[in-house]
Design a protein around this ligand. Structure first.
Ligand code: GLU
Length: 478
């Protein structure tokens, strides 16, 4: 049987990193097993779903490189399946269950149920209200709004073997007659997910363990339809640093935020993959390694706590190492961040020369764009404090002297440049201190930068000379 898995987001504004972790495991397993990864947008809750939310989710999935393998083709790409377009399918299946007396119409109004709930609470504040089955045996069909409820079995148990949590058995007496379809004809999650997982031939469902309580209801539905349930793998939770459910209130939970902070997709995935999975002591993996190494045998049950610092360290490591982020990828990733600084079309050759000098220090692509900025402006933006301190009238002749000196250097490499400068400084009775910082400010506009001779090598001779000349004019003006 071919492996088929799915990601089924409810589009409510953004892609939550907890969902990304489940999707990553799903995607990795499909890739390694030659399976198919299906994307299904669970947008039946019309109030909470919007086309912008859907777009945000799809964009982020693509950015992460977690692409799905099928769906209706739109413009040469696969569109996801949308539950909102499948209402007729859910209705047809619900009608079948009613016909077979496995589900029934319930005419109890919200007000009636609320009143019953309150009466129960008044009598016993700790009691948990369950639907008392008022309409279970009703045979009339009044012309009134109704929901459809599942006729849950009252004895026996519903069992399944979870790939991560092992054997799980739930007494059916714990199940109330849960709602399948609302009065407006929209299906509820358990119904729509079960029907779709079956019709989309899903063989393994991986999702957060916050859904483990839904699984018995879904299995009851599979049984009611006479279908074989898929396998399930519930995953431990990603919790906040304080051990709470990870939400917008206690941290950055959307992929977009990490994208904007200047993390790379593999930086994000490398941190998320460790929530529930590990492979020895290895900290950072390439995408190919993850595909090769991932297996359910190494997925554990323990919830993990989110650690912003660790996340940032992992993302930095990923960005820093040329074996993990190639020079070409680094350049491609940093360009949008340069564009945000107004540098739209940076000289590619210059960019590729400049990156090795900043990648050791720049913790994010935002930092990298900042550190690279001066290479792409003629003249570079001048830091006011640095100008006042170092581009003084006293420094002007030194800068002019340096310009003349470097003009005569024919091998434009750090060592010959440094040797020429040293000899000149000694001959002129100066110290390095007199000239190094003014030169740095001239070349970069800043008082901190990568090593001077490296900057000059990256900039090249004409740019370096013109920056020195320009700065000596500014210095003369004091
Ligand atoms: N739409 C559900 C959610 O986003 C899907 C859960 C599932 O994977 O079954 O939580």
């Amino acid at each position: 049987m071919t492996l088929r898995m799915r990601f089924a987001p409810s589009p409510s504004g953004y892609l939550h990193i907890g969902n990304v972790r489940s999707t990553l495991f799903t995607w990795l397993w499909c890739k390694s097993q030659g399976g198919k990864f299906v994307l299904r947008v669970e947008d039946t809750d019309q109030e909470r779903s919007s086309i912008d939310s859907v777009r945000a989710v799809l964009d982020d999935l693509k950015w992460l490189g977690l692409e799905w393998d099928e769906g209706p083709e739109v413009g040469g790409q696969f569109a996801p399946y949308f539950q909102s377009e499948r209402k007729a399918v859910y209705r047809e299946h619900t009608t079948q269950l009613i016909r077979e007396r496995k589900a029934y119409r319930c005419y109890c109004t919200k007000e009636e149920l609320d009143a019953q709930r309150e009466a129960l609470k008044a009598a016993n504040p700790k009691a948990n209200f369950v639907y008392p089955g008022t309409c279970r045996n009703r045979t009339d069909e009044p012309d009134l709004p109704f929901v459809v409820r599942f006729r849950s079995p009252t004895s026996g148990s519903t069992d399944f073997n979870d790939r991560v949590f092992g054997h799980i058995s739930t007494p059916n007496s714990a199940q109330q007659d849960f709602v399948l379809m609302r009065t407006d004809g929209y299906p509820l999650y358990n119904l729509a997910a079960t029907i779709d997982d079956h019709l989309m031939e899903i063989t393994l469902v991986a999702r957060g363990r916050d859904h483990i309580g839904n699984t018995p209801q879904q299995i009851l539905l599979y049984e009611a339809f006479g279908w074989q349930p898929p396998e399930f793998a519930h995953l431990p939770m990603m919790l906040s640093a304080k051990g709470e459910k990870l939400s917008k209130r206690n941290g950055s939970v959307s992929v977009k935020e990490y994208r904007d902070k200047g993390f790379t997709p593999m930086g994000v995935l490398n941190y998320l993959v460790r929530f529930g999975w590990s492979s020895g002591d290895q900290e950072i993996f390439s995408r190919e390694q993850l595909i090769e190494l991932f297996s359910w045998d190494h997925v554990n049950k323990g919830d993990g706590k989110f650690d912003d610092k660790k996340f940032a360290d992992v993302a930095f490591e990923q960005l820093k190492q040329p074996s993990l982020t190639s020079l070409a990828d680094y350049a491609a990733w940093v360009k949008p961040f340069l564009a945000l600084r107004g540098i739209e079309n940076p000289d590619d050759a210059l960019l590729l020369r400049a990156i090795p000098g900043v990648r050791e220090r720049a913790r994010t692509l935002v930092d990298a764009a900042h550190d690279l900025d001066f290479y792409f402006r003629e003249p570079p933006e001048l830091d006011e404090k640095a100008r006042q301190k170092f581009l003084t009238p006293a420094a002007a002749p030194h800068l002019q002297g340096l310009r003349t000196l470097f003009e005569s250097v024919s091998t434009w490499q750090p060592e010959p440049l440094e040797a020429a400068l040293k000899a000149w400084v000694e001959g002129a009775g100066l110290t390095m201190k007199d000239v190094a910082q003014p030169a740095r400010v001239a070349l970069t506009g800043r008082s901190a930068s990568p090593p001077l001779f490296e900057v000059m090598t990256v900039l090249g001779k004409p740019r370096s000379l013109s920056r020195l000349a320009h700065a000596s004019e500014i210095a003369q003006g004091g």
